[in-house]
Design a protein around this ligand. Sequence first.
Ligand code: ADP
Length: 496
Amino acid sequence: MFKKILIANRGEIAVRIINACKELGIKACVIYSEADKDSLHVLKSDEAYYIGPAPARESYLNIDKIIDTVKKNKIEAVHPGYGFLAENARFIKRIESEGVTFIGPPAAVVELMGEKTAARRFVQEAGVPIVPGTTQSIKNNKQLKEIASEIGFPIILKAAAGGGGKGMRIVRNAEELEESFERAGSESLKAFGDDRIYIEKYIVNPKHIEVQVLSDKQGNHLHLFERECSIQRRHQKIIEEAPSSSINEKLRERITTAAISITKACNYLNAGTIEMLLDENNNFYFLEMNTRLQVEHPVTELITGVDIVKEQISIAAGNPISFRQSELKMSGCAVECRINAEDPHENFLPSTGTISDLTLPNIPGIRIDNGIRNGYTITSVYDSLMMKVISWDKSRSDSIKKMQYALKNLSLSGIICNIPLHLRVLNSDEFILSRHSINFLEGAYDHLTSFSEVSEGKNVAASAILGAYIKYQRSKLAPSKIGNNDQNKWTNSDEL
Ligand code: ADP
């Protein structure tokens, strides 16, 4: 086993990986930027190395500086977490060329799956259905029009180099086509330095289902069942759960078998996730593969009892996966809410400020993967995820109730967060009965994301109590706008 690991990340995921290292008796080392010197991940680490100024390009994305740090400090393995350099093949190659282990898959697989059209061709050849559409990028407007009319509207334009919803555009008719193509291309060029766009059929009201996989150097390819991540805002997940309440045992068997045929075909190594869309007729289609640990991995850990990060480290050290497929059982239901520093009343604009009065719920069955601490200042430089609250209980409805109780017992000052949105979703019949699709917060229920006084009045029947509660919160939060942090407090309350 390794003696010293570098975690090339920050926030809650760095803390999560530190915990796994410490349990395994491994020295947990981290890097940090100027903005993170008071952060929880620095405080909890065994060794912390300053890497540069706040902007990610100069710190968490600075490959040269990270490699220097690895060399100077006798690091044996690097865990990339998610985001930043986790899916950067060049980074992986640089690490390996220093004789250091990358805790993740080989660069070649990351390259293959990172290019969405290449991944689509590969998966199709492996016999797994992909979302109908092209497997090459579109060359010109003539081809664009021909293929779009062949597939039939609505379609979705996607960046071949894409991720994080960037360069993605839904097109509902031929009139919007050319302009959307141009915009998607320039958005992708800006985000990824690559303007290649391809087309997918826009699946109407699907669910997002994904399979957690683990592969080791001995050639074992296992799955840890599925997660459902259909509660999204602007195509970004905000609530995840495991197992999915939308599939039965037979469909689970087919989806997980499909996932394993992909990991076998690409000789996958370490942890990964196969993302799928499930349409209204229970057809599933490959969406993409994430060749890394995912934000929502804890829901799988809670229903299987497997510590995915410890498995990742052990696999990277050359050990086989610590269990067999037949030994793995699902138990109960887990739900995760992503707690973001963003203001629901300002269209979810990132909220900045210094954290104080942080109180986390202490409830049996609640796990909190936290990345913040009192005195830490949240800036808008990094993503807005502060912590994840994960609930586990025997049934889905009990797990949802537990989550509601936990969120009402979580309090912090200095920052505005998205807990009011979570409470609305957790309280809605559509979610409770699992009738929602990925469009839940954008379609008939888009009022759930609107926190203006007007829309609260309009939807009084749907969320009368909640509306009152949110207005109450609003009055508490308002002073933050003029910098009075003391009163900017998300308080627990029994009003709901
Ligand atoms: P990214 O890698 O940019 O996050 P994904 O391909 O993973 O993009 O898609 C993100 C989300 O966008 C999906 O979870 C789903 O909500 C929506 N989406 C993507 N492709 C389609 C499609 N063909 N039809 C309907 N919704 C889609």
